[in-house]
Write a protein that binds this ligand. Sequence first.
Ligand SMILES: Cc1cc2nc3c(=O)[nH]c(=O)nc-3n(C[C@H](O)[C@H](O)[C@H](O)COP(=O)(O)OP(=O)(O)OC[C@H]3O[C@@H](n4cnc5c(N)ncnc54)[C@H](O)[C@@H]3O)c2cc1C
Length: 453
Amino acid sequence: MPATLDRFTGQIVRPDDPEYDQARIVWNAMADKRPALIARCAGVDDVITAVRFAREQDLVVAVRGGGHSVAGFSTCDGGIVIDLSLMRDVTIDAAKRTARLEGGAHLSQLDRQSQAAGLACPVGVVGHTGVAGLTLGGGMGRLQRRFGFTIDNLLSVELVIAEGRRLRASNDENADLFWGIRGAGANFGVVTSFEFRLHPLERTITHGWVAFPIERSGEVAAMVREFIATAPDEAWLSMNFGTATDPPFLPEQAGMPIVMVSVTHSGSLDAAGRDLRPLREGMVPLMDTFAPRAYVDVQGMNDEAMAWGKRFYMKGGFLGALSDEAIAVCTAQMADVPFGGECGVSLWAQGGAIARVADDAMAFTGRSAPWWIGMESAWEGAALDETIKSWNRRAMNALKPFTTVGQYVNDAVESDVDSVQAIYGKEKYDRLVGLKRTYDPDNVFRLNANIRP
Ligand SMILES: Cc1cc2nc3c(=O)[nH]c(=O)nc-3n(C[C@H](O)[C@H](O)[C@H](O)COP(=O)(O)OP(=O)(O)OC[C@H]3O[C@@H](n4cnc5c(N)ncnc54)[C@H](O)[C@@H]3O)c2cc1C
């Protein structure tokens, strides 16, 4: 019997619907695409119907969780968007310390509902990001040194694979697939639910940053190296090269190139006060914002700055060490920032719980590096696209000699076979090709950092 959408219970949005122009928008304004239909699924049966329909009609398939793909993978021209934005339920089991989420849930839902029970799952730093895409790529964030990446806390998933069938994957069931899902997960089907392990977390933690003029980046890096060498897992640190804005800086400081050291300390307030002293007292900063704050507020503090509607591009990798040479290259990139863009270089500390998981435990590659690095740019107006993208590319090329194996798949904006192989390394890539041949031999799910079957 031919597959139709007759039994679809969610909402179908087509180009002639008044809602279409709103429904087709994704987070990155550069991904301005026009799908033939957007299938807003109301449940797993709708996902199955949509997958079968897409296959029969030979439609290109885009899967949309939270719509934050930097590369714009969750939309397409002329195909179908399997949109999970109506599937956002989150259920917390406080006794078992687990969370079960539908595939369209946002990080802020998981954060808020877990914290209501005094619990948390380590996720990313912007609340409106989708749990699905973030988790299927890895999931980095403020609790990562204490509790690991999001995938390190993933217990199981349920998904609809290309042949339109449901599957469950965990360490006990389809374990090979579960290995691949944790780092290359967008390749194997539509994940309709995720089950996570949660951890007890105080509702009030310590967060803030100290900022310095960029000329002091060498001294700042030395201070950071010393701090992170003995820092507890509760402390997560990032070093960010950017430009001061008013507020929070003073009008006379606005436009100044700066380097910031930002820390989230999730231990007790006393421990944070003690542990953060070297960063707060080592050098006199332009500004010091450390204070006790509600964890959910910290998790939401970038939501507005990273709101929908801007154009965005990035390049990322893993850094082998915070060497003076690498820091000098980061500093030099900021002298070359194109006018009109918000461009910056960020370094995120890894180590702790991340480094205690074996690299071959899952598809994700890069966890043994001490630092993740990203060059990120946001701007408005297509006229600046090429100028800003070429800054990001130049900056990443300059940093390349300092990088180690792997790349975070959620940063990947180019998607040819060579670059995808570089994300995982050859051995893991070959294993992923084997999985792809088993679970998606026709490459139905190809709008992602694609593993070609
Ligand atoms: C503002 C912003 C902040 C970010 N912060 C962080 C951060 O702190 N830490 C971090 O690790 N990453 C971060 N990222 C990167 C983020 O993890 C990725 O962009 C991620 O893919 C977003 O997931 P999504 O569901 O919103 O995206 P979508 O655009 O919906 O999807 C991204 C990819 O995943 C696939 N996909 C989505 N849902 C499903 C599903 N249910 N089943 C199968 N495949 C699916 C899509 O097909 C696509 O290939 C950030 C990105 C942005 C834009």
